[in-house]
Design a binder for this molecule. Sequence first.
Ligand code: SER
Length: 323
Amino acid sequence: MKKHLVIGAAGQLGVELVLAMQAKHRPENVIVADIRTPEDEGVLRSPFVHLDATDRDAMRAVFQSDTYATVYHLAAMLSAVGEKRPLAAWDLNMTSLLNVLECAREGLVERVFWPSSIAVFGPATPKHDVPQDAPLDPTTVYGISKVAGEGWCRYYHAQYGVDVRSLRYPGLLGHRSLPGGGTTDYAVDIFVSAARGETYSCFLSEDTPLPMMYIEDAVRATLELMDAPSESVAIRTAYNLAAMSFTPEELADAIRQREPDFAIAYAPDSRQAIADSWPASIDDSAARRDWGWKHEVDVEGLVEVMLAAWKQRLAPSHATKAQ
Ligand code: SER
């Protein structure tokens, strides 16, 4: 039985992706790798390998220890924290991707997934319904690393036949795991405050629209893209991907439909400039056409599931697990 490797398995997306892959392939066939040990008990049903993804020899040794059908390389430094440590962000994001692509070129894995982001866009990008081939002029190191990474993916596919696939994720919102260091993180934090009955202090202004997606939709998109026949995957940089867009105030209003006392205050910080450089909405018709992408969860569905799940997670019997 060929194995599936998830690098960055302790992160926000890694946790959710591993759980979905365990259901699909059985836990013992999903190998989880990270520089830190995942805290999620479900994730740890799979074998864990400690891995610094910038160490190519260590990564090659992981690939050589078994036979791998796919790798999902999710380790990265996100937009906000990347601005605090630009060279470290560049090093982690680029070196680790090139290590994975080199291992794939050497034939150590059949198919690669690597995430891109709405952070590839910038001030020259149209604000609404950004087309697939919009200009890419990111203002953050994270965005620059994603544009460069998209180019490397296309290069390895064209030059070496590496079957690498990618999505430009919007902000991802879930409840099994917390995001870390991103600009869209507010849209998870807001639910933690709402579930606790606390006022949320938002680091973006009330009228900042951003594209967002429920994380289970993002996981499904990822697995559907990876299952698509190679000839359907026409875009080898990264596909635009969309579900919904809202501002902090629109999200707060939707939360108030269920929690009328929910209160929010606004204290924009340096992340505001990053959000202002990103689009409000994305045209993902290429993904819908090429491999049948269709989102399932809209704002109302998101608020319903997020509020219920965070309330349950923060209930006294679960409280020690939520940080
Ligand atoms: N969610 C990411 C961030 O905010 C964007 O891909 O950095």
